[in-house]
Design a protein around this ligand. Sequence first.
Ligand SMILES: [Zn+2]
Length: 423
Amino acid sequence: MKVDLTVKNCRIWHKKRLKKASLVIDKGKIVSITKSRLPPSKKKIDYKGGIVLPGLIDVHVHFREPGLSSKEDWSTGSKAAAKGGITYVMDMPNTIPPTVTLRSLFDKKELAKNSVVNFGLYAGVSQKNLNDLKELSKQAVAFKLYMCGSTEALIIDDISLQLKAFTNVAKTKKVLCVHAENEKMNKYSYKSYKKETDPMAYAHSRPPESEVLAINDAIELAKQTNVKLHICHVSTKDGLSLIKRAKKKVDVTCETCPHYLFMTEEYLREKRTLVKMNPPLRTEKDQKALWKGIKNGTIDIVASDHAPHTLQEKYQNIWFAPAGVPGVETSLQLMLNAVNKRMIKLEKVNELMHDNPVKRFGLGNYGNIEVGNDANLTIIDLKKEWEISREDLVTKCGWSPYEGWAGKGMAVMTIVNGNIIQN
Ligand SMILES: [Zn+2]
């Protein structure tokens, strides 16, 4: 009898360190981690110099289906994820219709059967479903609350409603992820910039103070309600300082995204609307603070906030072009290039993209390289060189803010539930 798959000549991430061993995978599970002779197998991976990591996780993607499948769908989005070494995605609720009811969660789950990677679905917290959260929590991986909006139906910007939302999510014991910008401040600030056409005006119209105010509110509400709070896409130095201080007494975690780690607002001059996103790109000072936050553990997770739009949509003026950039396919290679540049350790990348997501969102044993566990694995090659070009992209939107960037270190194979996902 042949086993399904063997992996040899790689180093594997086992018990918090890299060791030389081979893996035997059968019926979707890791059946042995061994240094001895391998049994005959139907498929063989023999990759000298490869490193096998636990299956990486992206806790923040927008796969756009239902309703917006001209930008992305579950098939293309998940293939892009797998190409980028991601084996599990958590999909945001701002689809059409938004994922705010049991029905919409079930419908999205049905569509997500086209996914080649594992997934969890967020339930959105809206003004209308505040009394249904308990029921929704059984189908959702976590909750998402927009303190400020890109998606009108999902905004909760009133503090008393926010308090109710935090209180009711706390009862479900699930994590509450928030988009932290202050709606009123953004609206007010926009008035001073709306006549400008320079893309930089967009960044300035959503000032850092807006994020800081919202993070402050969210932390205060979490303190009162004991909710498990997760701040999405932190972009500012001052916002991060608040989180660092709050961590001593509030159950709060946060994520940042590769675009804030590798780009600053200066990129708006060159790439214009292509790098319009919310919160906007910030200054070098903020960027430095984010890297420091990674080192000192204030930042728990790196997520892509993969938010694809078509080029046609993006090539509008700075106020009309939709906010968001694709990223699920490029996050890991950017992080691994940073490993090669000694900006971060591989161990830390694994923590940010696997260990901490698993811990925070209660994903149990997911991805861990242990006998008996489902085989969800990301195989990387730290020496493999890359250059990001439009032709190679898998995302349906067909472009990347990093086109032309080159570097070293990338995923070479992604194994989901024992199956090799071909890139
Ligand atoms: Zn998002």
